[in-house]
Design a protein around this ligand. Structure first.
Ligand code: 13P
Length: 253
């Protein structure tokens, strides 16, 4: 049976009270596929969301982390700090962090290693800009990200990473990649990953699509062979929209 992960990336949204209410409502949905659902929330809401989701099967996590365990890194949060809260997941290398906060493939690689050593599942984001796609360079660009981001990571660790293909031109724009465009790149990523490691690892790894996924387009995207789920921004902020996407995945089981 195909495995899915439907993950909501709240980005910089929701205060503690609203986050707790959302988690309560999500838990109350009693999803049959709850163990294939997660929310990635602001640091300030992690404890509240984690405690409200307890016993639901739904995972939770952070949107960024520093690769050092501790030290003089004002404003940063370390892997041991996330471990203490008991997070399941952490996003790494989101395009917004690459664009606005100087994230590079080198720091992404260090963050992946630090999270994997702690048993926290990284959700690694890759994806090209509109300019790169218009120049037909998207496969070369994304392959380069994958190769650099996984450098020096052993096969069994790498197989635990969730990869999210998020074309930058589709994020928050309402302009979704077509199911065929998304499938083509997700299959390509699986091939690149299989080339670095092996076919079994490539078959097992979860590859998500992200970029304006919503209830109206989720089923068509999720039905594609190489798309194992979604990393959802805007539509993950409303419980019913997010739940509709979770249900779309359940119906494809
Ligand atoms: P939107 O779903 O708002 O386009 O955001 C996608 C995203 O960046 C998820 O990480």
């Amino acid at each position: 049976m195909k495995r899915f992960l439907i993950a909501g990336n709240w980005k910089m949204n929701k205060l503690i009270k609203e986050a707790g209410e959302f988690a309560n409502e999500l838990k109350a949905k009693n999803f049959s596929n709850a163990d294939e659902v997660a929310v990635l929330v602001p640091f300030t809401t992690l404890c509240e969301v984690g405690s409200k989701l307890e016993g639901s099967g739904i995972g939770f996590g952070a949107q960024n982390v520093h690769f050092e365990k501790s030290g003089a890194f004002t404003g940063e949060i370390s892997v041991p700090m996330l471990e203490e809260i008991g997070v399941d997941y952490c996003i790494v290398g989101h395009s917004e962090r690459r664009e606005y906060f100087g994230e590079t493939d080198e720091t992404v690689n260090k963050k992946l290693k630090a999270l994997l050593a702690a048993g926290i599942t990284p959700i690694l984001c890759v994806g090209e800009s509109l300019e790169v796609r218009e120049g037909k360079g998207e496969q070369t660009f994304v392959a380069g990200q994958i190769i650099s981001d996984f450098a020096g990571i052993p096969r069994d660790d790498a197989a635990k990473v969730v990869i999210a293909y998020e074309p930058i031109w589709a994020i928050g724009t309402g302009k979704t990649a077509t199911p065929d465009q998304a499938e083509e790149m997700c299959a390509f990523i699986r091939g690149v990953f299989g080339g670095i490691y092996d076919n079994k690892a490539a078959d097992d790894i979860l590859i998500l699509y992200g970029g304006s996924m919503k209830p109206s387009n989720a089923a068509d995207l999720l039905a594609k062979n190489d798309i194992n789920g979604g990393l959802i921004g805007g539509a993950s902020l409303k419980v019913d929209d997010f739940a509709a996407i979770v249900d779309a995945a359940a119906q494809l089981k």
